[in-house]
Design a binder for this molecule. Structure first.
Ligand SMILES: Cc1cc2nc3c(=O)[nH]c(=O)nc-3n(C[C@H](O)[C@H](O)[C@H](O)COP(=O)(O)OP(=O)(O)OC[C@H]3O[C@@H](n4cnc5c(N)ncnc54)[C@H](O)[C@@H]3O)c2cc1C
Length: 431
């Protein structure tokens, strides 16, 4: 059984190992398909604790993985035989007009609330229970993307515990290569105990969703395709195909940051289209915008996500996707489109996020309850993928949206990334 007496004494019931009644729950992550048996799960509350665990795991020749919320669909925050460093307890957040400081295990809900109180913002996730850690390290698509780019585009500093337990205070002056790697290449570089973001002004926000009757999607397809190819500058538009209360529908999610009258008029024009079952688009507080599509009950479902970057959206695609969602065997899956534009195309700092070229993202999130339904749901996901395939550009799927996500240590990772990783973790402690 891994873990010295000193470690057992120090962590008490925050160290969970096989045989402990809490072990099963400690290994569970958001995606129920992921079933791994780590050597231990250690709940850390401070950087010192993280260092102690990394050093002791390394000395024992065990791998280390980091977990903040366990949202990552690929399940890279747990691994067989490794030590899970759970940083969920390191969740301090502070913000002033220049900088937002966030603990490595904080979630966006807490971060956004602190930011709103300080009158600042940074691009965060569209679901508030998602961790700042994994989302930022993989890029970070969120409602403020047209104004402030990906979450990682605002990352200006980090505290990183390396494979030998050393702490690096990273910034662009001292460690430019590490900052480049942290901005968008994914996890596996170390334990980030603190993120430092550039703070941006928080402008008035409007947002919500138009829930549209699927029988009227033909009337919406042209307008949605037009708004995706010629985006409203202040606005993130996310047409999604999903179920609410068992009813399949098109939900046109809208998030506007500092919209001008022309922007508001273009979105307002949607209200003249037929088939609106509900309309929640209105001025909101920032936290209300950031939580408007939260759906906490999705944790613990079996999931498979696949994604890509469409080069364009035609009305026929909108109609075809509406046809597919009706046939979802689980009634829990979602197909999301998002338009990537504005500041996303002009990152202010060098990033390892692989592309800025495509202007659209597509995500199929299959979600279902029972193992017996795996095949039916995987077949359905493949059928949606077939509908999207003719539209997809050659770029690899967005890391954070892929069940097949590989780590920064993958053999085919770019040489520049491998060099950063090797320098930080020459013995490959982080798996
Ligand atoms: C409900 C839901 C909504 C989502 N919405 C969005 C969205 O709007 N935009 C978007 O871009 N993505 C979104 N995602 C995808 C999300 O970005 C990824 O799932 C991301 O990996 C989650 O990070 P996490 O820290 O919450 O999860 P975890 O599973 O805990 O971590 C994911 C990866 O990041 C690593 N990691 C986490 N924290 C640290 C840290 N402090 N130091 C080092 N490594 C760390 C882990 O080791 C793991 O490899 C969503 C996912 C879910 C489930």
């Amino acid at each position: 059984m891994w873990g010295s007496q000193g470690l057992v004494r120090r962590f008490g019931d925050r160290l969970v190992r096989p045989g402990d009644g809490r072990y099963g729950a400690a290994c569970a992550v958001h995606n129920a398909v992921v079933e791994r048996r780590p050597a231990a799960v250690v709940y850390c509350r401070s950087e010192d604790e993280v260092r102690a665990v990394v050093v002791e795991a390394g000395e024992a020749g065990l791998g280390v993985v980091v977990r903040s919320t366990g949202h990552g669909v690929a399940g890279r925050s747990v691994a067989d035989g490794a030590v899970v460093v759970d940083v969920g307890g390191i969740d301090h957040v502070a913000a002033d007009r220049r900088r937002i400081t966030v603990g490595g295990g904080a979630v966006w809900l807490k971060t956004d609330a602190v930011c709103e109180a300080a009158g600042v913002a940074v691009t965060g996730g569209t679901v508030s229970s998602t961790g700042v850690g994994g989302l930022t390290l993989g890029g970070g698509i969120g409602w403020l993307l047209p104004s402030y780019g990906l979450a990682c585009d605002s990352l200006v500093g980090a505290r990183v515990v390396t494979g030998n337990g050393t702490v690096i205070e990273a910034d662009d002056a001292a460690t430019p290569e590490l900052m480049w790697a942290l901005r968008g290449s994914g996890a596996g570089l170390g334990v980030v105990t603190e993120f430092g973001f550039r703070a941006h002004p928080l402008l008035p926000v409007h947002g919500g969703s138009f829930a549209v009757d699927l029988d009227r999607v033909g009337d919406w397809a042209g307008a949605v395709a037009e708004l995706m190819s010629d985006p409203v500058p202040s606005t993130m538009l996310g047409p999604s195909f999903l179920f609410r209360d068992g009813v399949p529908m098109l939900s046109v999610d809208v998030a506007m940051h500092g919209p001008g009258p022309r922007d508001l008029a273009r979105i307002d024009a949607l209200r003249r289209l037929p088939g609106i079952m509900s309309d929640t688009v209105r001025p909101r507080s920032y936290v209300s915008l950031q939580t408007m599509i939260d759906e906490p009950s999705r944790s613990g479902l079996r999931s498979y996500w696949t994604a890509g970057y469409p080069a364009m959206v035609r009305p026929e695609l909108i109609v075809a996707l509406a046809g597919r969602i009706r046939r979802s065997p689980s009634g829990r899956s979602i197909v999301f489109l998002e338009n990537l534009h504005g500041a996303y195309t002009r990152p202010p700092l060098p990033t390892s996020f692989p592309t800025r070229e495509p202007r659209l993202s597509a995500l199929i999130t299959g979600a279902w309850h029972d193992r017996a339904d795996d095949e039916a749901n995987m077949d359905w996901i493949a059928s949606v993928r077939d509908v999207l395939a003719p539209y997809l550009s050659h770029h690899d799927a967005y890391l954070n949206y892929s069940s097949d996500q590989k780590g920064t240590g993958r053999p085919d990772a770019p040489a520049r990334l491998r060099a950063v990783r090797t320098a930080l973790d020459p013995h490959g402690v982080f798996v």
